[in-house]
Write a protein that binds this ligand. Sequence first.
Ligand code: NAD
Ligand code: ZN
Length: 359
Amino acid sequence: MNLGPRSYPILVGTGALRSVGERLAALGAGRRTALVSDRSVMALHGSVVIESLRASGFSVAEIRVPEGETAKTLAVAERCWDDCLAAGLDRTSTLLALGGGAVGDLAGFVAATYMRGIPFVQLPTTLLAQVDASIGGKVAIDHPRAKNLIGAFHQPRLVVVDPSVLSTLPDAEFRSGLSEVVKHGIVLDTAYFADIEAHVREILAKDLPTLERVIAGSCRLKGRVVEADEREGGPRAALNYGHTVGHALEAATSFSKWLHGEAVSLGIAAAALIAQRLGMADAETVTRQVGLLKALGLPVTFSGPAPDAVVQAIARDKKARDGKVPFVLAPRIGEFRLVFDIPPDAVLSVLGKMQEAAG
Ligand SMILES: NC(=O)c1ccc[n+]([C@@H]2O[C@H](COP(=O)([O-])OP(=O)(O)OC[C@H]3O[C@@H](n4cnc5c(N)ncnc54)[C@H](O)[C@@H]3O)[C@@H](O)[C@H]2O)c1
Ligand SMILES: [Zn+2]
């Protein structure tokens, strides 16, 4: 990732977690580290990382946080600050996040704020974190009234992605992460999209060489966008494809009905159909997107919530500018366009059709 003085390597490779210690030492990091993870992930994959760090001469304090979104609170961050102090971490020490996007967001927030910012390493263990959340430097905790409201930009010094840890990830979580992979192909790279289309079986079987290629491809694509737009004022908007309707579906159901990637899959299907309805995309462009999502076991139709509740949730979108919600649409595979004046009727009608199709 080339970001001038904030540049960092992203390594993708089977068994790569065993090299974390060496790689951190090569960066000249201070001797003290703390590893942040939740109980399950620490039990499954913590020892590889801890042994690697100790073998390279680092001390490792273990910081356990609650699982999933419940980790992203001020109370948990405060406990982590206490643990960092107790472990004697100073400005040269490194905080490592081992886990899904929630652990990464929380640990990154702690690293961004402790002593005004200390070095941070991402060791993502869900597919979503490997292809999306661990790259780009956005870190945050939730506010009781909105997700990710309190945060910072704090780029990691190093990202190490080991696809073999996905063998312990529940299938639904794995498939959910594939939405972001499909998203990258649709808006950024037609050849990448075609590669996914051609290797659905290998991907679902978690074939390691295939996963290495697919994950590395997504990291490159997201990395390129972040390089062009580190603090999200322009092209980074492309990464929001499928997320306007996706977020609205999540919000309208109090984040309880779908995993994030499932809602994004529905949001991608909706965006594809909206583009077609507005005469911006042809039928084949829609069929390929919907077809690939379905083949990967992701939802493309849904029953409930009511379309007008979803449209109301869209109007409250965090990314709205002067009351206008930007919509990312794909005129064809590999291209995107930002559109601000989507008629609510078009959204309503598309959501209605997706519900009818669910029967
Ligand atoms: N910072 C960003 O740019 C960014 C981007 C996208 C999402 N996010 C954030 O990411 C979070 C979602 O992340 P997520 O989808 O990774 O879910 P998650 O972090 O909530 O983890 C989901 C579950 O998977 C378990 N798990 C993780 N790795 C495992 C493994 N290898 N084997 C078995 N179980 C494992 C965890 O214990 C947890 O219970 C949200 O909070 C979202 O806001 C951040
Ligand atoms: Zn997403």
